[in-house]
Ligand binder design. Structure first.
Ligand SMILES: Nc1ncnc2c1ncn2[C@@H]1O[C@H](COP(=O)(O)OP(=O)(O)OP(=O)(O)O)[C@@H](O)[C@H]1O
Ligand SMILES: C[C@@](O)(CCOP(=O)(O)O)CC(=O)O
Length: 457
């Protein structure tokens, strides 16, 4: 069967409130989707680039041409067993990357195994091209030219500084959706969101080492939403790729046919509305934080101080609910309502003070002092409603809500350019705060016109 090239893109995210809480199904996270997307283009591949000894088997070439040395070649070994399809990286050919890309490799394995479980043919070799919008990386590394809207970053992926917008979740989602639709019905039908979600959660969780609530994958598939995580045993029931029955278990999980482990994730797109009068801005601080160790410490504190943590988390949850209500209320009003705007400011301040209390009690710098200073500084500027340290917090980035007014954004950008801070004790210094070009967006994963990537593929 001739397969036409196709392309899928998926958005990045910011967890505005609910960091850490969202790891527990009792709580929710307010996730805003962004207009920064990761695109995956897929087409049949003739294999002319490689030596003949790989002929006969399915080969998958994955390339990320905005980066140097980012061309991974895989050989798909389609064993007739109930285990996962084997995806082996070819590392002995010079023109291909030797180091592994766990997210890419795991997604290939999960998507191809799922396809085989549905008896879809995976015999055609393909080439997948990954393209990321600029905002996923801080451009401290000298970047080259822009072609068809994508920047040549001119460095290796490992050298690019991530801005924390969820590149791996958007990549896994777009890659899974591209593979599943390319090897089956193509883009005639609507994108099968639920199936892509379940498959991408399984692959992302396996690649990430089973930490994480999955809010980033949910946003990559469905866009902005109020997120309540799934029960972890739904994915645990799938087991390891080399365990007996994996292929069937994966299919039951992705198609949600396992009656003992039905998906219970709650993704409510309607619960999240940002008024047109407001803009979401992201400031890249580019200092970096280690999310997994922060998660471990916060969860250890919660286990040890159950009552204290329980009270605090319930209070943060209430703040988060208020925030959703305030935003919905403001969205329904015409024009600017001073009181509603003030309520929103107050709610954000309340949430921040509770998060600082969690920081102090758990000993984890979720809103560290320099970030408090930065947020207070931004919040004192004309047209700024308030902001938070999103996601796990730390020294990565801040998210702000500001009036939708070009002058407000321009003034803030100029003031931030001169802003510096130093934290006694930790020695953390913020020297350069950069406003990212990203804005809020509602749409999740979608098909793209496959022709618009011709200069890159
Ligand atoms: N453009 C790309 N091409 C190929 N692989 C990529 C690309 N972008 C991200 N990846 C993969 O995703 C990994 C980064 O994932 P990680 O979860 O650490 O970051 P993130 O999702 O951007 O961060 P965060 O969860 O803080 O938002 C990279 O190491 C690489 O494996
Ligand atoms: C700490 C946590 O709740 C949020 C992490 O968010 P981020 O990767 O910092 O955007 C972990 C999770 O929910 O996966």
């Amino acid at each position: 069967m001739a397969r036409e090239p196709l392309a899928v893109s998926a958005p990045g995210k910011v967890l505005f409130t609910g960091g850490f809480l969202v790891l527990d199904r009792k709580h929710t996270g307010l996730v805003l989707g962004l207009d920064a997307r990761i695109h995956v283009h897929v087409e049949a591949w003739k294999k002319s680039e490689i030596s003949t000894n790989q002929e006969g088997s399915t080969m998958v070439l994955v390339q990320s041409p905005q980066f140097r040395n980012a061309k991974w070649l895989y050989n798909v070994v389609n064993t007739q067993t109930d285990l996962a399809v084997q995806v082996r990286q070819v590392t002995d050919l010079q023109s291909f990357t030797q180091s592994s890309n766990k997210f890419v490799e795991t997604t290939l394995q999960y998507a191809l195994t799922y396809l085989r479980s549905r008896s879809s043919s995976i015999d055609t070799s393909c080439k997948l091209t990954i393209l990321a919008d600029d905002s996923y990386y801080s451009q401290s590394v000298t970047s080259g030219q822009t072609q068809q809207g994508f920047l040549d970053f001119g460095c290796q992926i490992s050298e690019a500084h991530k801005t924390g917008l969820g590149s791996s979740a958007a990549l896994v989602t777009a890659l899974a959706a591209a593979l599943v639709t390319w090897y089956t019905e193509g883009t005639d039908q609507a994108l099968p969101q639920r199936m892509v979600h379940n498959l991408a959660q399984a692959a992302h969780c396996a690649a990430q080492g089973k930490v994480g609530s999955g809010f980033d994958v949910a946003a990559a598939v469905f866009g902005s939403c109020l997120y309540r995580r799934f029960t972890p045993s739904i994915l645990e029931a799938v087991g390891e790729p080399n365990s007996s029955g994996f292929m069937d278990k994966l299919r039951l999980c992705v198609d949600d046919l396992n009656l003992d482990y039905k998906w219970d994730v709650e993704i409510s797109s309607r619960a999240v509305q940002l008024p047109k009068s407001l803009l979401l801005l992201m400031c890249d601080v580019d200092c970096g934080s280690e999310t997994p160790s922060m998660v471990r410490k916060v969860l250890a504190w919660r286990k040890e101080k159950q009552a204290e943590a329980g009270l605090l988390w319930n209070a943060i949850q209430e703040g988060s609910n208020d925030l959703c209500r305030n935003l919905t209320h403001l969205s329904q009003l015409e024009g600017v309502d001073k009181q509603a705007r003030q309520e929103l400011t107050d709610t954000i301040l309340t949430i921040r003070s509770l998060v600082r209390e969690m920081s102090a009690k758990s000993g984890v710098p979720i809103e560290p002092k320099v970030i408090t200073e930065l947020l207070d500084f931004c919040s004192s500027q004309h047209g700024v409603i308030g902001g938070v340290a999103p996601g796990a917090g730390g020294y990565d980035a801040v998210a702000l809500l500001v009036d939708n007014d070009v002058e407000v954004v321009r003034d803030l950008e100029q003031r931030l350019d001169r802003w510096q801070a130093f934290e006694e004790g930790t020695g953390m210094a913020i020297g350069k705060v950069r406003l990212l070009k990203v804005r809020q967006a509602y749409e999740g994963a979608r098909y793209e016109d496959a022709n618009k990537y011709s200069e890159w593929v």
